[in-house]
Design a protein around this ligand. Structure first.
Ligand SMILES: Cc1ncc(COP(=O)(O)OP(=O)(O)O)c(N)n1
Ligand SMILES: Cc1nc(C(=O)O)sc1CCOP(=O)(O)O
Ligand SMILES: [Mg+2]
Length: 211
């Protein structure tokens, strides 16, 4: 658990959208632009490649004091002593993840509706990911978007920090921040932009304007 967790601008990686650039390049540029936390999410790579990427990003981010969260793969999170793990409703149960990660690590849980948000109130997760807020082409088989109304409902009952994910960009980020979320998680709005540093800077400025 972390008291000082800054979810303001949360970068989620996707090699397929990186236009041939390395993770290290995208992540370093994005952090320079104002990203406050990074999640390594790669669905189509081998365990060895995932591990090497995680190790390399740890080397980059630890000196900068930016937390690295590993998506889905508890084994990789443990292997590289990452700062945390993000799990969804179909991943490892939260209790198992917490037991193995330990009490000091960050654990985030995806929440797709009000009922799941109520259930999450019984858990000592560090944050919930509200997913998806809007439709997105980045991830297949997403649930029905929450839209702003669904986000507001969850904000009204949750005891946790919140990060909004799915279809977020510079045009809608202000309206999402106004719901009271603690931060915005993006893939394409940074990873696939020509200048990831500039893109992150623009998003971070909009977020801080609403905080
Ligand atoms: C910050 C954040 N929120 C939600 C998700 C989605 O997690 P999950 O539902 O487990 O889906 P996958 O990302 O594993 O496809 C996330 N990754 N990050
Ligand atoms: C990783 C992820 N999870 C989602 C969910 O709804 O659970 S949506 C998503 C991808 C978000 O990408 P973009 O910022 O490009 O829309
Ligand atoms: Mg998952």
């Amino acid at each position: 658990m972390r008291d000082n967790l800054d979810l303001s601008l949360y970068l989620v990686t996707d090699q397929k959208l990186s236009r041939g650039r390395t993770h290290e390049y995208i992540v370093e540029q994005a952090v320079r632009g104002g990203v406050t936390i990074v999640q390594l999410r790669e669905k189509d790579v081998s365990s060895r490649v995932f591990y090497e990427l995680a190790k390399s990003l740890m080397g980059l981010l630890r000196p900068l004091n930016i937390p690295l969260i590993i998506n889905d793969r508890l084994d990789i999170a443990l292997a590289v002593e990452a700062d945390g793990l993000h799990i969804g409703q179909s991943d490892l149960p939260y209790a198992v993840a917490r037991r193995l990660m330990g009490k000091d690590k960050i654990i985030g849980l995806s929440v797709e509706n009000l009922a799941q948000a109520r259930e999450a109130n019984e858990l000592d997760v560090d944050y919930i990911g509200l997913s998806p807020v809007f439709s997105t082409r980045t991830k297949q088989d997403i649930n029905k978007p929450l839209e702003l109304s669904g986000v507001k409902e969850i904000i009204g009952i949750t005891k946790h920090k919140t990060v909004a994910i799915g279809g977020m960009n510079s045009l809608n980020i202000e309206s999402v921040m106004k719901t009271g979320v603690d931060g915005i998680a993006v893939v394409s709005a940074i990873v696939s932009q020509e200048n990831p540093q500039e893109a992150a800077f623009r998003l971070a400025s909009l977020i801080h304007h609403e905080k």
